[in-house]
Design a protein around this ligand. Sequence first.
Ligand code: ATP
Length: 243
Amino acid sequence: MKAENNDSPEKLVLETRGLKAYYDQSIIIRGVDLEVPPGKVVSLMGRNGVGKTTTLKAIYGLVDSTEGEVILDGEAIQGFAPEKRARQGLAYVPQGRHIFPTLTVWENLQTAIIVHGDKAREQLDFVYTLFPVIKDMLKRKGGVLSGGQQQQLAIARALLTCPKLLILDEPTEGIQPSIIDQIEDTIKMLRETGRMGILLVEQYLDFAKAVSDRFYVMDRGMTVAQGSIAELSDEIVTSHLQV
Ligand SMILES: Nc1ncnc2c1ncn2[C@@H]1O[C@H](COP(=O)(O)OP(=O)(O)OP(=O)(O)O)[C@@H](O)[C@H]1O
């Protein structure tokens, strides 16, 4: 679904055009067109194995064999290494968090500061305000944090890079309900700041509905439905999301 007004196309923070991805010789993503407007939360949904994570990895440059365009804030970034995409304003929080368990919370945050410098350091107060628990645990090893705290640390580290687009892969996976509520509040708060677009892969339907402005549904490597989150009908859920 294109921008509302065809006369003056909406500026997009992310656009993919005909994005394809392959593992070995097999095509996994078959030409995906996504649009994320600035300040909006867009959910990419679909059953297990349809290619959601591969789409995110292809956007971030983690799949070797891809075709098509990835446009970040008007600039084509396909072909760039992940580090360069990160410097251009892409942040990716993968499924399972991937914090450094043997580093302290502070050292985990420092990994972003080392790469992004003063720009990242200036964000520290912002992330401490979003996640007070992170500030309280700076000296603890990442690995001793609960799953929810590790998720907050992973998001905090991503936010230090001042992303134009924040990519979150299943942030609620394996996390207890009270922390899921906190992550929901965080995403809503980030949306309110208007600082970034957010592309979210989420299996938990109520969560996706609560935080998203728009959705795409994938099936077998293609998008098969899209629209405003209010347009996510029971029929789409039954056909493409329910197991
Ligand atoms: N590194 C890889 N090498 C080969 N095949 C892979 C690799 N990663 C994923 N696949 C395959 O690609 C397809 C899409 O996987 P992907 O993880 O993108 O799906 P998904 O929609 O994110 O599912 P899930 O919700 O289970 O993570 C699956 O058939 C999967 O087995």
